[in-house]
Design a protein. Structure first.
Length: 207
């Protein structure tokens, strides 16, 4: 995990055939280190901002965040006079190739190069007798930070992603929403046959 102090830039970059997968993202004054050198109190105040970094970075080839970022600064878990920092880590995951038995389809890809759209869907093949398992990593679920009556922190989901997964299996087509869940990883489909057609579709015309 690396620290990103005020006015520094978090820069995540993967190759053209890989996608970013955020592993850790915290914002605040977690501990003494490169960004916090003196004790002004409130060491340990922090918020998990993985959902925010997921929305901005996960599933893409590259992303950049300058600290302080307005999206994170609105959360600011520490007293306002203290300067928070970001600690984050990510890995690059390989995109799906025809020769692989498993891989990752990124919903950001259709926006960038048109692959995975209705006009150019993914066709997934397995051997005869095998089935295809689709697991969703939901990076687009936003959360609003609120305070309860006792000053504690609450998380309220905001459905903003507006994305559907369209699956055609053995001639039958169904739509599965990629939104409205606070669960980051969930099994969404097990095929009946050994071939699937899959693409992403924007269910919100305003986006």
């Amino acid at each position: 995990i690396r620290e990103y102090c005020q006015w520094e830039t978090f820069n995540a970059t993967c190759s053209s055939n890989e996608i970013i997968f955020m592993k850790v993202a915290n914002y605040g004054r977690m501990r003494f280190g490169r960004c916090v050198k003196e004790n002004h109190g409130n060491i340990g105040c922090s918020s998990n901002v993985l959902p925010q970094l997921d929305r901005k970075c996960s599933g893409r080839h590259t992303c950049q965040l300058v600290i302080p970022d307005p999206m994170l600064h609105n959360i600011h878990p520490c007293p306002k006079e203290l300067v928070p920092y970001l600690e984050a880590s990510y890995i690059c995951l390989p995109g799906l190739k025809v020769s692989q038995i498993s891989g990752y389809l990124a919903s950001a890809t259709p926006v960038e190069d048109g692959i995975g759209t209705r006009q150019c869907p993914w066709i997934l093949h397995a051997n005869s007798g095998q089935r295809i398992n689709l697991t969703l990593y939901a990076f687009g679920t936003a959360q609003r930070h609120l305070e309860d009556a006792d000053g504690g922190e609450l998380m309220e989901p905001i459905d903003e992603c507006g994305s559907d997964i369209i699956i055609t299996d053995s001639g039958r087509t169904r739509s599965i929403s990629a939104c409205g869940q606070l669960v980051r990883r969930r099994l969404i489909y097990m095929s009946d046959g050994f071939e699937l057609e899959v693409y992403f579709e924007n269910s919100n015309p305003r986006q």
